[in-house]
Design a protein around this ligand. Sequence first.
Ligand code: HPA
Length: 296
Amino acid sequence: MFSVSEFISGNSYEECQATADWLLSNTQVRPIVGIVCGSGLGGLAKMLKDPQVFKYSDIPNFPRSTVHGHAGQLVFGTLKGKPCVCMQGRFHLYEGYPIQKITLPVRVFKLMGVETMIMTNAAGGLNQDYKVGDVMVIKDHINMPGFAGVSPLAGPNDDRFGVRFPCMSDAYDRELRELAHDVATELGYNDFLREGVYCVLGGPSFETIAECRMLHMLGADAVGMSTVHEVIVARHAGMRCFALSLISNRAVMDYDSQEKANHEEVLETGRQTAEKLENLVSTMVARLEHGNDNAF
Ligand code: HPA
């Protein structure tokens, strides 16, 4: 008989519980909403009232952010009156961490009492109707690393988190997506709010032209290197998920194009568009109700 900890490096129940206990003993905030900020989108954390900041390097068991544009700190506070915890910078497969380790924070959030996860990312637009600066509500995903057996749930299942074979056909909460569209209408954001399918790849190299064409044919509207692993772990643990992609660049689909994907453009689009995304998310958070299955 093997124990779970013999297989899993990085996000066992015991490790996550130890991290959650450490955080809860160092903050008064009891978060019900967890937010993960994508590249160049860390400004959401600055909207938290009475912020309490923990550098990742000070948190037991936490990995460190190695990517430019990711501050590498956890911020607790209230957003429009709701207790929140916000990852200002996330972890990616391409940083070299085991996939279990990059999703540890999501399990820690669960053990701290978080019920709803809101994730943002920067993504390349594959859908030809999308423009740079558009914001896409993710309605579904294609998990390319998952096709190759790279899953944060690989290894023995720990039933304390969730079931062995979790359903993913309802990964992105329908009511939260509807709320996003309602809020966008109120804020006058309808002309740039989209809804589509996000495809995750391992990175860190951007896609070739042939790869972009293939992903587009497969039904993906945007491509990136994050979020999906977090969603899988959150859904496994029964948390509601909502995710947004900021279309930071157009994926190159044409051999005559002179465009080249690059991280600076990704960050610059974030700087220009972040405010709209922050308004959308904070207004949504203001409307969230918890502790009632029938409410948002
Ligand atoms: N491809 C993959 N990841 C990305 C992109 C892209 O074009 N833009 C931002 N993240």
